[in-house]
Write a protein that binds this ligand. Structure first.
Ligand code: UDP
Length: 369
């Protein structure tokens, strides 16, 4: 008999498993995939830690979370500075003085803010109601047209005027020359990959991979007092109230016989003609891999494609618009009636959480148990 059955060996599951094990609870973690670590899973290919489910850069302002993860991994000083490629023109991200200089020739912060203000006024937005209006308010029409509009349409499969404002507010806008994509005090990548980190988190915990919760639900639930479920909340209820919408991504991985393909970990393709949203060159997430290829003569790249989720695909991003928000609330009511089952994580709570938020939520939840 287990005190807790944890469904999903991602960051939420691994954090609660660690904490509950450390207070003497008997835990079983299962995952339907044949590996741990959920979507932060990394796998070594040609000596490079490949982010199999897309790029994950750990960043946080939460000192508790940062100290917590240090227990399980050493972090390097990687700083995410993606580039935008619009029809072959390269721009710095996030939107900062380098971007404004390339776009308009603006040299001073004053010139850049005047330009943004001019473009914002011309469109006449008072209170942004959707992502399009929010983006124009933040950076003006030129940047919206070249770096946001088509990328967002590809990423979300919806036009920007049908998306919520908060998505674009994830990105900083700065009148300084600073290409750091995140406004976070702490940032880095675990040396040796995320799988190693999650493996350390799960040390001494009973873990079974390749086990589908729904296939063995009755038996598994009989053997545990409480279930902590981190899969999709609508899947748990067999989609009885209808499907929540998710965006899915898939990757086309390629190993190239050259040491350096794009000179950066992440390049976003912001035009509509390029079918992928971004290309990841995994070796640049870690250091000591010099571009002449003395250490690593090859490189591994992943082209990322975005699509609407349908059964059989992996759900990645919740589509947190009004319609889905209402449906989620209805599922949440069902969840509240499911005594002895706790729903957590990005899929369990249907929220666009970053890794640090997932860990913070898991630590909070454990305090209540
Ligand atoms: N975005 C954009 N152009 C870019 C990068 C991001 O328009 O070059 C927008 C897009 O709508 C995206 C959102 O900003 O969904 C948030 O981007 P973020 O990089 O945080 O997304 P994630 O890495 O989680 O996919």
């Amino acid at each position: 008999m287990y005190d807790y059955l944890i469904v999903g060996a991602g960051l939420y599951g691994a954090t609660v498993a660690r904490e509950l094990t450390d207070v003497g609870k008997k835990i079983l973690v299962i995952d339907k995939r044949n590996h741990i670590a959920g979507n932060v899973y990394t796998e070594k290919v040609e000596g490079i830690n490949v982010h199999i489910y897309g790029p994950h850069i750990f960043h946080t302002n939460d000192k508790t979370v940062w100290s917590y993860v240090q227990r399980f991994a050493e972090f390097n000083r990687f700083t995410n500075s993606p580039l935008a490629n619009y029809k072959g023109e390269l721009y710095s991200l996030p939107f900062n003085m380098y971007t404004f200089n390339k776009m308009w020739g603006a040299v001073t912060p004053e010139e850049a803010s005047t330009k943004i203000e001019e473009q914002r006024k011309a469109v006449g937005i008072v209170k942004p109601k959707n992502l399009e209006e929010q983006a124009i308010t933040l950076v003006g029409t030129d940047i919206y047209e070249k770096l946001i509009k088509e990328y967002t349409q590809k990423q979300w499969g919806r036009p920007c005027d049908q998306l919520p404002t908060y998505i674009i507010k994830r990105l900083p806008v700065r009148l300084t020359f600073d290409n750091n994509y995140f406004n976070a005090l702490y940032q880095g990548i675990p040396v040796g990959g995320y799988t190693k980190m999650v493996n350390n988190m799960l040390s001494g915990v009973d873990v079974r991979t390749g086990v589908d919760f729904f296939e063995h639900k009755d038996e598994l639930m009989k053997n545990a007092k409480t279930v902590i479920y981190t899969g999709s909340i609508d899947a748990y209820f067999n989609y009885s109230l209808g499907n929540l919408e998710y965006r899915s991504v898939c990757f086309e991985n390629e190993t190239l016989n050259k040491p350096n393909f794009q000179g950066n970990a992440v390049v976003n393709y912001t035009d509509a003609e390029t079918p992928w949203t971004r290309i990841i060159e995994h070796k640049w997430f870690e250091f000591g891999k010099d571009e002449e290829g003395k250490n690593l003569p090859k490189t591994v790249i992943s082209r990322e494609y975005s699509s609407e989720w349908k059964p059989g695909l992996e759900p990645y991003y919740p589509v947190n618009d009004d319609k889905n928000g209402k449906l989620y609330e209805a599922y949440k009511e069902l969840a509240a009636k499911e005594l002895n089952v706790i729903f957590g994580g990005r899929l369990g709570e249907y929220k666009y959480y970053d890794m640090d938020q997932v860990i913070a939520m898991a630590l909070e939840k454990v305090k209540t148990l």
